[in-house]
Write a protein that binds this ligand. Structure first.
Ligand code: SF4
Length: 333
């Protein structure tokens, strides 16, 4: 390019060299990123790459996805498996932690790999796709567990499945009389909006209410393409919820949170959860103390519509489940 700016990539960037060639990783950070790549997956989609300002060393989009040598330093409080899914896994791909709902993880691939991911030891493009037999076992478990009313597809990112495959899985779950709700957790509408085709949207019309939790952490992630993808989902009858993680350097100010929640609402996404960061290995640079998070939310109270207000939650260690973190207010009068 005449001004020396590297061309924007047409494909997902999966190596430090590719990130460097696209101008998203400085030469001095290549060796550290290469060491990270030996342990954790990397993926930056064209949509995400286009959002990053390479001239800004503190860019909040880059910070979420560009590998950093700090990821190889495990802080004393960090845990290999912060959510402790294993003890709650009755069959492969299923996590049953709460009586009325259970997770189904049909694959562990994602469109992007977030540097703060709580499943970072597990997610990646190579693994985690349930075999036919494993998927049948998982669906059979749902069929014989009538106390489960809500099937939550997560992973990995379920919207990485083909529309046909996803439609089949949702249809099988929706056909179970005791399944009242379907839920999907996904980064695809913001990170790879082009994957949200009309066929994919149609695959979500499974005959039972379907809630889609969109993971987004910064207002800039709601691009026109992302809003278009979310609109296709709304037209397919999907109810959109937002989930975010409170992240140092990404959304750790009242203004950034306000912008994020307002951007969600404009895209028809109701902010649902603001997660306290799970202590996965090598994520300390993203940590915001709980008291600081509470103070940020207190500053938003009254400043933004109640529709923009998510529940601030923390996952208890050892699979103890989520607890709301407030902020608390004294009773009136
Ligand atoms: S999209 Fe979700 S599961 Fe995948 S890397 Fe990001 S946080 Fe982890």
């Amino acid at each position: 390019m005449p001004d020396g700016t590297p061309p924007r990539p047409a494909r997902t960037l999966r190596t430090p060299e590719a990130l460097h060639a696209a101008g998203l990783l400085p030469a001095g950070a290549l060796a550290g990123a290469a060491a990270v790549a030996e342990r954790y997956s990397i993926a930056v989609t064209p949509a995400v790459a286009a959002l990053i300002d390479p001239a800004d060393p503190a860019d909040p989009i880059a910070r979420q996805y560009i590998p950093d040598a700090a990821e190889l330093v495990t802080a004393p409080h960090e845990l290999e498996d912060p959510t402790a899914d294993a003890p709650f896994t009755p069959v492969k791909g299923v996590v049953h932690r709460y009586p009325d709902r259970a997770l189904l993880k049909p694959l562990l691939a994602c469109p992007v790999y977030c540097r703060f991911c709580f499943r970072r030891e597990a997610v990646g493009p190579d693994g985690g796709l349930l075999t036919e037999a494993e998927l049948e076992d998982a669906l059979a478990w749902f069929a014989r567990t009538p106390e489960v009313r809500e099937a939550i597809l997560t992973g990995g990112d379920p919207l990485m499945l083909s529309p046909r495959r996803l439609g089949e899985i949702l249809g099988r779950l929706a056909a179970l009389p005791h399944i009242e709700l379907l839920r999907i957790h996904s980064r695809v509408p913001v990170a790879a909006p082009g994957l949200v085709s009309e066929a994919l949207a149609a695959a979500l019309e499974a005959g039972k209410p379907l809630y889609l939790c969109v993971h987004a952490n910064h207002a800039r992630e709601f691009t026109p393409a992302a809003i278009g993808a979310l609109g296709r989902l709304v037209r397919a009858g999907v109810v959109l919820l937002g989930q975010s993680v409170l992240l140092r350097g990404v959304n750790d100010s009242a203004g950034a949170l306000e912008d994020l929640f307002r951007a969600m609402l404009r895209a028809r996404v109701k902010p649902y959860y603001l997660h306290q960061l799970d202590p996965a290995p090598g994520t300390a640079r993203f940590a915001v103390p709980v008291e600081e998070g509470r103070a940020l939310l207190r500053r938003l109270r009254g400043r933004v519509t109640g529709l923009a207000w998510p529940t601030y939650v923390q996952e208890r260690p050892a699979g103890g489940g989520k607890v709301p973190l407030g902020p608390e207010y004294p009773p009136a009068g």
